[in-house]
Design a binder for this molecule. Structure first.
Ligand SMILES: *Cc1c(COP(=O)(O)O)cnc(C)c1O
Length: 465
């Protein structure tokens, strides 16, 4: 299996090269040259597999077969807090929460990153290479990246967070990881300062080359691939391929919903997709009126969806445009320049036939958390609540079609919002119950590129001696 760029100007690559490259050199995103498809009999044969084995089977269809997939998937999901890895919980007569938050950091990014950390390490070791991953976090993604990279032999990781501006849970999820290849830096500045420092390090070409800087960001194809199996698992459990299902996803960068779309492209009978947004509603506006225009990001109770430019949308656009790379490149360039993406009417109509947009404000989100709690005794985090409300509002016309909602974070990760809605704070799961007693390790450093680069260099160099 080879991968091509959505902008058509990069040489095709195999899975491992795409894993290491992330973004294509023409600025586009890698997609499979052809999509693997399964017959109904082949889908049925996957029923009943343990999750790790199912994931290995699906990933092998995407050209990852050169990796020891079965062992890797078993290892990646062994530490999850639920034997099913991704349990389905029924919320009402036709809505099911697909819980993706049983990993080490209690959010769905662990599903892909736990696997990616192992894939990175394996491929780098094989090639005799090392990388230094740097990233900035306002709280949530940093911990998933740190957990994915801890104790990996070919990877060092440095995560910058703004001093005193993350919640204590978020900080402790990062700073209590005492693995020697992990370094946390609390920057004396805000999140923007952290992001600027990371950008400046990547723009410092000699430093970037010396440290072999890398990132595990959400445009990496391997992350999408690793998110396909859980939709397969849920759909099979509910009767696919002999029964249609709908899928509702609380959406930010469009990666999670794109993985669901990929499952449909492979032949899984998904009737349609519901895209849940908070007040940052660019995707809902696009679907309602073909208005894909960026507005300033506004904070909400579901911060991981506080995004205006959904970077993975480019992969869907490429497909909607009949895989016309030149047209995709032009649309993306104009979006960058003008803040508004011109999508031809025919492509937009195709999108609206398959995707439905739904927006929920903070008050609606709190009401939905309360509703789930009082009607079913289910505690949802604010992101998941956007997804469940969306699924109910835009349920399929056929009542025999169940809706799968991606439950993307554990409620204990957002205790303030849950307390506002229900009156109590959800407890951390037992395996994290001692988080507040664990030893923390981090450096507090000035918002100064020279100071930060020196710290990254010292961290990456400690092995070289
Ligand atoms: C990242 C994240 C999302 C958004 O997922 P995308 O793949 O960016 O659309 C939703 N909920 C939570 C809790 C997240 O961490």
């Amino acid at each position: 299996m080879r991968y091509i760029s959505t902008r058509g100007q990069a040489a095709p690559r195999d899975f491992e090269a795409v894993l290491l490259a992330g973004l294509a050199e023409d600025g586009g995103l890698f997609v499979p040259e052809t999509w693997p498809t399964l017959t109904p009999a082949e889908w049925r044969a996957l029923r009943g597999l343990p999750y790790a084995d199912l994931a290995a089977r699906i990933l092998s269809l995407f050209g990852a077969g050169g990796l020891p997939l079965e062992a890797m998937c078993r290892d990646a999901y062994a530490g999850f807090g639920h034997a099913a890895v991704v349990p389905l919980v029924q919320l009402d007569h036709r809505t099911f929460a697909l819980e993706l938050f049983h990993g080490p950091t209690l959010a769905f990014k662990d599903m892909a990153l736990q696997l990616l950390g192992r894939m990175f390490d394996h491929v780098l070791e094989k090639r005799g290479e090392r990388v230094t991953i740097v990233g900035a976090t306002s709280g949530d993604t940093g911990s998933a990246a740190i957990e994915a990279c801890r104790d990996r032999s070919a990877v060092d990781i440095v995560i910058l967070h703004p001093e005193n501006r993350t919640s204590e849970v978020q900080r402790r999820q990062m700073t209590t990881v005492l693995a020697p290849n992990v370094k946390n830096i609390a920057v004396q500045g805000d999140f923007d300062a952290c992001q600027d420092l990371v950008k400046a390090m990547f723009n410092d070409a000699p430093f970037r080359a010396e440290m072999k800087l890398s990132a595990v960001n959400s445009i990496n194809w391997a992350r999408i691939a690793a998110q396909i199996p859980y939709y397969v698992a849920a759909a099979l459990a509910l009767g696919a391929p002999d029964r249609e299902v709908a899928v509702s996803v609380p959406t930010g960068n469009f990666g999670n919903v794109l993985a669901a779309w990929a499952a449909r492209r492979m032949g899984l009978p998904i009737s349609h997709f519901v895209i849940g947004s908070n007040r940052n509603d660019i995707l809902a506006r696009f679907l309602a009126s073909n208005d894909m225009s960026a507005k300033p990001v506004e904070p909400s109770l579901s911060p991981s969806m506080d995004i205006q430019v959904s970077s993975n949308f480019e992969r869907l656009l490429f497909e909607l445009l009949g895989r016309d790379a030149a047209a995709t490149a032009e649309a993306m360039t104009r979006f960058r320049a003008e803040g508004r993406m011109p999508v031809p009417d025919a492509a937009w109509k195709q999108a609206t036939a398959l995707f439905r947009g739904f927006t929920l404000d903070d008050a609606g989100t709190l009401a939905e958390i309360r509703h789930l709690w009082t009607s079913s005794g289910y505690l949802a985090d604010p992101h998941t609540a956007v997804g469940t409300a969306a699924a109910r509002a835009l349920a399929p016309a056929d009542p025999a079609v169940p809706a799968i909602v991606a439950a993307t974070a554990h409620p204990a990760k957002f205790p303030d919002a849950v307390e506002r809605a229900t009156g109590f704070r959800p407890p951390l799961p037992a395996r994290l119950a001692d988080l507040y007693e664990r030893e923390e390790r981090f450096s507090v450093l000035a918002d100064d590129l020279g100071v930060i680069e020196a710290a990254v260099r010292a961290h990456a160099r400690r092995n070289a001696a």
